[in-house]
Design a protein around this ligand. Structure first.
Ligand SMILES: [Zn+2]
Length: 388
């Protein structure tokens, strides 16, 4: 999801990173606080003071989001959910999980930890504000403390909206999941609410924009779009996963495989294999023994003049965890391997023997069929992988 992120520091074993889009949010917040909120709510200070207050407010937002995501991560760790780390981006922050929670209980506690932590943080800022008032701390300091208190209330409130994948949507999903024992149904309801809330924000954005609030309107529209997409995508991913989980790869495996001898020239390979069968990968075998495989990637590394003088054995890749899979693996394992490596065809290998080949295309076809027959669901958007 994040391609241009900068790791900042590690805290209790979690890496905190910023995606470059976060700077857009930081600049917008600083600017709107310095030019709008602070001059309005704390009048009587200089322009420079307001800019400093804006910067302090943006830093406070940074700390507040990290604290919120951090509490999610700590609770997730208690439930043995592996966390990738915390990333701040244009719409806030995210505690990235390597996999989804396995029980309704773990999801509930993990999700609710965020809003609770924000309410606690709000309480701390309000207490500091009260102490500051009593002790006559400088006005700008009190102004920023007051703002940070409200900011955390808003963070908690917004995240509690029952719109998946917001925290409130996860809480709702875990309650529904617990009540009926059906994760797919629970996800469908909460992600529909998520999509509806996203649409509501988009409409609100358009209305604000027409009403003259250009930046606020655009902001609502973008957040709405983000929530709408994220809710639909997470439901699709769940469908894909539930259709493929536990399915042995023998169901999609093609045992009659076209293999290539290592002694032929690359020009021969391109002409008589790639252009003839249109596969992107061929296993290389000699006397029934598997030697590795050759893909379009290795051919692209050669210039066309080298094709006639290079042999398949010179460019073949040995079997590895990236291109071969055990017959015991299931469809979810193979899908995540394809996703990770970008290889849409994998060899099914036992010891030194080639049992067959599985392809993403066959798996997706099987999955679409299964969903259509068993759940009456039709997949409209593919999973986050491209058929290469
Ligand atoms: Zn949260």
């Amino acid at each position: 999801m994040f391609e241009r992120r900068i790791p900042l520091f590690r805290l209790f074993g979690f890496t905190v990173s910023i995606d470059v889009t976060w700077f857009v949010l930081a600049v917008l917040i600083t600017w709107s606080l310095a030019k709008g909120a602070f001059p309005h709510y704390c009048p009587g200070f200089s322009n420079t003071t307001y800019w400093w207050m804006g910067v302090a407010g943006a830093l406070g937002l940074f700390v507040s989001i990290i604290f919120h995501e951090f509490c999610h991560s700590l609770v997730a760790r208690q439930f043995n959910l592996p966390m990738k780390g915390i990333t701040l981006f244009i719409f806030g922050g995210v505690a990235e999980m390597s996999k989804e929670p396995e029980s309704a209980k773990s999801e509930f506690f993990m999700a609710i930890a965020g809003p609770i932590s924000s309410v606690i943080l709000a309480g701390i800022f309000f207490l500091l504000y009260t102490a500051g008032k009593a002790a006559s701390w400088p006005g700008p300091v009190n102004g920023v403390l007051m703002y940070l208190g409200w900011l955390n209330i808003i963070l908690a409130g917004f995240n509690m909206v029952p719109a998946f994948p917001l925290d409130g949507g996860r809480i709702l999903r875990s309650i529904l999941w617990h009540a009926k024992g059906d994760l797919r149904w629970a996800t469908r309801i909460s992600s529909r609410l998520g999509a509806a809330f996203g649409l509501f924000l988009m409409i609100l954005g358009v209305i604000s924009f027409i009403g003259g609030n250009f930046i606020g309107g655009l902001w609502f529209f973008l957040i709405g779009m983000f929530i709408k997409n994220a809710s639909q995508m997470s439901y699709t991913q769940l469908l894909v996963k539930s259709a493929l989980m536990g399915e042995p790869i023998s169901r999609f495996m093609v045992a009659e495989v076209v293999t290539v001898p290592p002694s032929i020239a690359v020009s021969d390979l391109v002409e008589n294999y790639f252009y003839k069968y249109h596969y992107k990968m061929f296993p290389v075998t000699e006397d029934g023994m598997l030697k590795g495989c050759v893909t379009t990637k290795q051919i692209k590394e050669l210039s066309k003049e080298q094709w006639a003088t290079t042999k398949v054995s010179d460019i073949a890749q040995p079997c590895s965890e990236g291109n071969a899979i055990s017959p015991k693996a299931d469809a979810v394992n193979s899908l995540s391997l394809m996703n990770r490596t970008g290889n849409s065809r994998l060899m099914v290998v036992e010891g030194n023997r080639l049992l067959g080949v599985i392809s993403l295309k066959d798996m997706l076809r099987f999955m679409a069929l299964k969903l259509d027959l068993e759940a009456g669901e039709r997949i409209t958007t593919g999973p986050d992988i491209s058929e290469g």
